[in-house]
Design a protein around this ligand. Sequence first.
Ligand SMILES: Nc1nc2c(c(=O)[nH]1)N[C@H]1C(S)=C(S)[C@@H](COP(=O)(O)O)O[C@H]1N2
Ligand SMILES: [Mo]
Length: 406
Amino acid sequence: MPSPEAVTGRVTRMVATYTTDPDLPLRQHAYRSPLRDERLAAWLGASLGVLFSTCFVTGLFSHLHQHPLSWLPVPARPAGLFRLTQGVHVASGIASLPVLVAKLWVVWPRFVSFPPGRRIADAVERLGILALVTGGIFMVFSGVANIAQWYPWRFSFTAAHYWTAWVTIGALVAHIGAKAPITRRTLHRPPKRPALADADPVLGTTAEGPHDGLTRRGFLATVAAASGALTLVTVGQTLPGFRRLALLAPRDPADRPVNRSARNAGVVDAAASPGYRLRVEGRVPRALAFTREQLRALPTHDADLPIACVEGWSYSARWTGVRLRDLLRLAGAPAGAAVHVESLEQQSPYRITFVNHVQAQDTDTLLATHLDGQPLSPDHGYPLRLIGPDRPGVNQTKWVTRVVVL
Ligand SMILES: Nc1nc2c(c(=O)[nH]1)N[C@H]1C(S)=C(S)[C@@H](COP(=O)(O)O)O[C@H]1N2
Ligand SMILES: [Mo]
């Protein structure tokens, strides 16, 4: 057994070596690469800033749809707006993956290099970057896992994805604030780098002159190509022109994907039962109930509208059904009424959806009975499903049985 003094002595020597020998692992020199420089870090950082901000804003729009604010009703037009914003949300998230990995690789030494910052400000900055890095990784990972419908966790995806977005974007804003001068200087300066060594002890210590490996330009081009390729092989899930390239997209929109089947939702019997009714109730002078036959007797309309799932896939279809606003008028609902639309499904967060007064009055908001001229299949919502302009797929409730005027 070594004596306590011997152990303390060894530890002291180890710490001393680590703080003085620049070539040991976890010391900054150990990570020297001509690619680890400020200019590359700045370019990658700027790209990531644009991608993350785009993802954040489109994500907020999606959140607003799913958690409506009474004073900020989402519009009904353009009808394909959510399809566009959610397509951009998923595409920018996926495109950011290679950029995030590259950026982490370039700046990694700053993160682990020992000793940590000498000043309090450095330590605070590192904490902020820790939030940004773990937040960014979590956002991209949880988003991609959700697209794959893989939930290796117990918490609610939407809540975690939403709140982590705020933490991440907060850390991003702080980081951009701290780095703006360096980034501006670096991106505007011609790429000759005598001042780098002074500017940054870790990233600035790169060798000058030609070298064997990738150039910075080559590295950036590789990252951009990886990011572009990932986008190309997934964006076909929502952009019809790219459909044949959509090798990595888990859903083919041409197949009219179904996330929850009638069987899984436990509605097979209720949907087929002769006792089925559509009820229009709530704050109306005349509550109504329709059998299937009575529904068929009402005037119908066609609407070309997309289903745009939050997972990023979408398809356009022609829907035929009864206008929600016609039903509301029959029941005598007040002009500016918003409604809840309820499904036969018993236990699901998607059992009830909110339709604001703007969308409820839109001529294309239907309780549909037909999809592309065919009666709805049980999986697509027979006997009746909600379909309306500028709504996330998750709010296009299937197996509708009740409209409650609020
Ligand atoms: N009652 C009910 N309606 C629902 C769902 C559900 O799980 N239950 N899933 C929603 C989701 S997430 C999407 S993307 C669309 C998909 O419509 P589709 O299955 O007809 O393609 O239905 C929506 N309507
Ligand atoms: Mo969905």
